[in-house]
Write a protein that binds this ligand. Structure first.
Ligand code: CA
Length: 358
């Protein structure tokens, strides 16, 4: 048989295994894994993306790696995903690094930070700026191997029941806003609440919280926030491009032959591209529906509020960096890369968008 026939045919498992460099016994071994997520069942883009990922891996591996996906709360609580993968009870997880600030403050850079990079810039940093290596370094003590697996793109600033015209209007608000954005707002008197996606609408509707941020128009419309709040603010200063993560238990990862590891990493990269693209495609349509069908008031935060939040955000980042060496190390990489790519984005996409007819 010519080599080409073997590659195309793949009928004889041991031959294909030999070509891929894996022992025959490993090439025929079947893996049955479980993945837990932080998302409600059928939640668009996130949960559906995790399920598509599992299907792709199954198809590409010829059924050698099958991953059963469980929504948040089905096997472990939505915010118990990291621990479940870290301890090895589950081989995979699908979640957001923003939730794990309590494990290590540096995790937050791998979701999004206030006034940080856009989704596209984040991917540039992760894949080509050393970001992904740092992400794995931060997760290594927890026995987790990580991949970016989606990105929301720039988010909205949140839903409010009253207008935010000055910094004083934040005082006393009970708001769901996780991560460093929440830390910044807590400095101006916001009572910050951390709740999983599945509990947000009821909390807002029942007045347990006064304001909420989740993602962008597409997700927010699906959740139905427009039925419980009237004002929808932009920009999402606190999350300009939130990455979503695929977590793999290290032992489970190391048990995979090289070709299955490659399949997992390729499927994760595809998920990352498709997720960002799906949000971009659907956010515009949803924004139009929110305004024309549901009379939502879309308002921009006043410039002085954004300026004040920017200053507070920079101070917050510096304070944590002074206390946490790993946070400081990642911050330095992030800041250096952001500075360089911003200079390009400024005369690239930004100048194009602001040009007449752009
Ligand atoms: Ca958010």
């Amino acid at each position: 048989m010519r080599r080409r026939d073997l590659l195309l045919g793949g009928a004889i498992a041991c031959s294909v295994g030999a070509i891929a460099g894996a022992p025959a016994v490993l090439a025929s071994k079947k893996f049955r894994w479980r993945m837990v997520t932080s998302w409600p069942p059928n939640f668009p883009v996130f949960q559906t993306g995790a399920e598509r990922f599992a299907k792709q891996v199954y198809a590409m591996s010829g059924g050698r790696l099958s991953i059963k996906v469980f929504a948040g709360g089905e096997l472990v609580p939505p915010l118990g995903v990291f621990d479940a993968v870290s301890q090895g009870g589950m081989q995979m997880g699908h979640s957001g690094a923003v939730f794990w600030a309590g494990k290590a403050p540096a995790t937050q850079f791998f979701s999004s930070i206030p006034f940080g990079m856009t989704g596209q810039q984040m991917n540039a940093w992760l894949y080509y700026g050393g970001g992904l290596e740092l992400w794995n370094e931060v997760y290594a003590p927890f026995n987790i191997v990580v991949f970016p697996a989606c990105n929301t793109g720039v988010q909205m600033g949140g839903w409010f029941n009253k207008k935010i015209g000055a910094m004083a209007d934040f005082g006393g608000l009970k708001m769901r806003i996780p991560g460093l954005g929440g830390k910044v707002l807590s400095k101006v008197g916001v009572n910050v609440v951390l709740l999983p996606a599945g509990e947000l609408y009821m909390a807002l509707e029942r007045g347990v919280i006064d304001a909420v941020e989740w993602a962008g128009p597409y997700h927010d419309l699906q959740i139905g926030f427009h039925r419980a709040a009237r004002y929808y603010y932009y920009p999402g200063w606190h999350e300009p491009g939130s990455a979503i993560e695929l977590l793999v238990n290290r032992k489970a990862w190391e048990s995979l032959p090289k070709d299955l590891q490659t399949i997992v990493s390729v499927a994760a990269a595809q998920s990352n591209l498709l997720g960002l693209s799906e949000f971009d495609a659907k956010n515009g349509l949803a924004l139009n529906d929110l305004v024309t069908k549901y009379n939502v008031r879309v308002l921009q935060f006043p410039a002085e509020i954004i300026r004040a939040l920017h200053k507070l955000s920079a101070e917050t980042l510096e304070q944590i960096a002074a206390q946490d060496p790993m946070f400081s190390k990642v911050y330095s990489s992030f800041k250096t890369f952001a500075g360089k790519i911003d200079a390009w984005t400024e005369i690239g996409e930004k100048a194009y968008m602001e040009a007449p007819g752009g």
